[in-house]
Design a protein around this ligand. Sequence first.
Ligand code: FAD
Length: 411
Amino acid sequence: MDFRIPEETQEIINALKQFVEKVVIPLEEENRTLLYNERNYYLEDGRRHQKVEELRKIVRMESAKGGFYTMFGDKELGGEQLGPITSLLVAEALNKHYPNRKLIDQVIIPSPFTNGLTPILKGLQPSLKEKYLPGISSAEETLCFGLTEPDAGSDVWGIKTRAVQDGDEWVINGTKQWISNAAYANYCMLFAVTNPELVAQRKGGISCFFVDTSWEGFNVDSIIPVMGSLGGDAAIISIDNLRVPHDHVIGKVDDGFTKAIHGINNGRLGMSGKCIGSAQWALKKAVEYSNIRETFGKKIGEHQMIQQMLAECAMDIYAARNMALHCAWKIENSDKTPAKEISMVKAYCTEMMGRVYDKAIQIHGGMGVSNELELEEGFRLARTLRIPDGTSEIHRRTVARRLLKGDLNFN
Ligand SMILES: Cc1cc2nc3c(=O)[nH]c(=O)nc-3n(C[C@H](O)[C@H](O)[C@H](O)COP(=O)(O)OP(=O)(O)OC[C@H]3O[C@@H](n4cnc5c(N)ncnc54)[C@H](O)[C@@H]3O)c2cc1C
């Protein structure tokens, strides 16, 4: 077994760090009062300020020019198709060195739901790939993924948005909720019921449509502010007699749900890498503080209870990192999707990040809950990440189901 970081991956990480230092950090510093004060960052209705969006776009497009933005995209879409091990290690490195940064998050490592060459786009007709991919891969344009609804989250078979065929077009009506980036996206991968009988049997009947968000009938109603923030990224959208040409169905009619889950594993690993990197940053801060802060005549790091918290953080990070690397290796070296392992990794890494931030805050005492150290921001993010992309419970359900079907393999 060789646990060293592959040379090519290390070179990518070094190049990315240079990019961040040269392009992103200076831009952040120039715009600190806009980016690091939520009263400036968000508008009254919870949307990001136009200037924030412009800055995000600059970073995205520079990243695309540097070849980073599309490096995890499939070759057939024009990407470099770098594998899950690299995706995991790159996400770890960025978040270990630059966590809680405004312009890096979701920009350099594209989310498969909102940015770049998401594998779902493989289902586009060739002529539409030609039309839409250049804007998406240059980062000029972004996406959103419209699946969840007010009455259907974990149980996607409960979606009610309906698409009815009318000649060469589909007419779609419904409401979507929690759709990340919807207020800024140029396109939406929109899911709707096309065959209610198949949906009732849970055998298909949901289709995925590629929709231009400027088309009449696609409306962003509101932004949902999240935990302790004045705004958010996710929106409620209403779909009102939206007409979509038949050739804009992604993949096959009635087969949209398999498209929805296909190919998002790298995204789940990317999220896990983010948690692993960010947790290491928080632990480093806790260790530094333990070595300087004194109480009762000695450094707090000399108190056994502080040592216990530090050691538990390290054990948690080490376990999460190794399980994620093993899972990435499994994905890279097998034709089968290791669903049990991906679920274990997503649930464990997001929960681990919460535990580590919680302890890091505790070790900092009052300073831990101040906004100044950015620990509270990471804690809020960790709390949030246990919900999107499959809740912790749904991932445990997947794991348990596999176990009960006899999958007791841990190799
Ligand atoms: C920040 C954020 C961004 C998001 N971005 C997107 C996006 O871009 N696009 C999109 O389509 N969606 C998005 N979502 C939605 C997300 O996928 C859902 O919130 C998630 O799937 C959970 O659905 P729900 O909120 O309806 O909770 P519910 O499904 O109603 O679940 C409620 C509770 O019940 C538990 N539960 C449900 N079923 C079971 C079960 N069988 N066994 C045990 N427990 C169960 C859940 O774990 C949870 O604790 C986002 C959500 C958030 C918070």
